[in-house]
Ligand binder design. Structure first.
Ligand code: SF4
Length: 375
């Protein structure tokens, strides 16, 4: 059901029904218990995640495998979902970025393959729609339909990793549709499977989970996961952020940054990110650059500046290249570790904040217009 008006400032408490995870979303320990052998569990994971790209890329269980006999495989039948995830549409941009629309039961979600020299990245979605209402985001215009299960996030990885088989996928970012901290249990399971032995075996630091700033979720994530966190900040005053990201009224920016500062001292070896979406005339002034440098002082994070990616119905624009450069230079001069992330896959609407599951962005238009009116 779409989210009710007015409920967007709270963390959604969804009724969680007992769910039997699909076999590809079971941890090594769970598979070992089910198959009565770690060897068999590892054999199954090898077949699943490490098969050559020339073989069919299907999540369907075969009747038997060399490493796992028919009798043992049949124990996994209750872990086969009735409908397998499928790729409904694929769009490829000139820069090689590939956006796929996936059918996950009734849900339509988008995931993006981003080619980069020697370190391809997959951007995964964690919800069908989103619980939050960031005014610049196309996903927000869909409303919220439901959380995705870990198996649905992992299916995105499985179905998209072979876009360029000669280069391994080394990075995963949970920056697609949805707010990961609102679906943390399932996101943590997906991260565990991406990083566990026998699976895709990504380094935990190479998996980045993004958040619009859900304080309790951020704290739990920092305690329970070794993956990286990316806080989407996008403003330099509370007032500015309240307008862009309504949940800031519940968990103000100052408290989010204080948490990162505290955990920077508690966990000095971890590295996190702050992303800053640059919106022309809204948060791109010299004063913003000075305030941003001040806000980040003493927090061990890297800052990613992201020029706004236009999408249908949005009145926002990216600043000029000169403005962006000036902003970046001011931050560098103030000692902030900072990169400009140039958008990829713009012509297929695959860049940050453009994913909307093919849905109309009419509501985004209204939200953005109301934010502009208040500016
Ligand atoms: S930016 Fe992220 S948290 Fe905000 S509405 Fe979009 S998907 Fe949701």
């Amino acid at each position: 059901m779409p989210q009710q008006e007015g409920s967007h400032l709270q963390t959604p408490h969804m009724r969680t029904e007992a769910h039997t995870p699909a076999y590809w979303a079971m941890t090594l320990e769970e598979l070992t218990a089910k198959l009565h052998s770690r060897q068999r569990a590892l054999g199954l994971l090898r077949w699943l995640w490490h098969r050559p790209p020339t073989l069919p890329q299907t999540l369907e269980l075969p009747p038997h495998l060399e490493a796992v006999g028919h009798r043992w495989l049949s124990l996994l039948q209750p872990h086969m979902p009735p409908l397998l995830p499928e790729v409904l549409q694929r769009l490829q941009a000139e820069d090689g970025t590939c956006k796929a629309l996936l059918g996950l039961g009734e849900a339509r979600v988008e995931a993006v393959y981003i080619p980069q020299r020697g370190r391809n990245t997959l951007c995964l979605s964690c919800q069908y729609g989103c619980t939050r209402r960031c005014v610049f985001c196309a996903t927000a215009s869909m409303g919220f339909m439901r959380h995705l299960k870990a198996e649905e996030m992992l299916a995105q990885f499985f179905l998209l990793r072979w876009v360029r088989p000669e280069v391994a996928v080394r990075n995963v970012v949970f920056m697609g549709m949805g707010e990961p901290m609102d679906n943390l249990e399932e996101v943590l399971r997906a991260v565990q499977i991406l990083t566990q032995p026998g699976g895709p075996c990504l380094r935990a630091q190479k998996v980045t989970v993004s958040t619009s700033g859900i304080l309790p979720g951020m704290q739990r994530f920092l305690e329970e996961s070794q993956a990286s966190l990316a806080l989407s900040l996008n403003a330099t005053t509370e007032e500015q952020r309240n307008r862009l990201m309504p949940q800031n009224r519940l968990w103000p920016m100052g408290e989010l940054l204080a948490l990162l500062r505290r955990y920077g001292k508690l966990q000095p070896k971890r590295e996190h990110f702050v992303s800053y979406l640059m919106l022309k005339g809204l948060n791109d002034s010299e004063e913003d650059a000075v305030r941003l440098a001040h806000l980040l002082k003493g927090i061990p994070v890297r800052l990613n500046l992201i020029p706004f990616n236009a999408h249908e119905g949005s009145p926002f624009e990216a600043p000029s290249i000169e403005k962006l450069k000036g902003f970046w230079q001011n931050l560098k001069a103030a000692g902030v570790r900072c990169l400009v992330r140039w958008p990829k896959g713009q012509e297929v609407a695959a860049a940050c904040g453009q994913l909307a599951g093919g849905a109309s962005t009419r509501r985004g238009q209204k939200l953005a217009a109301s934010a502009e009116a208040k500016t």
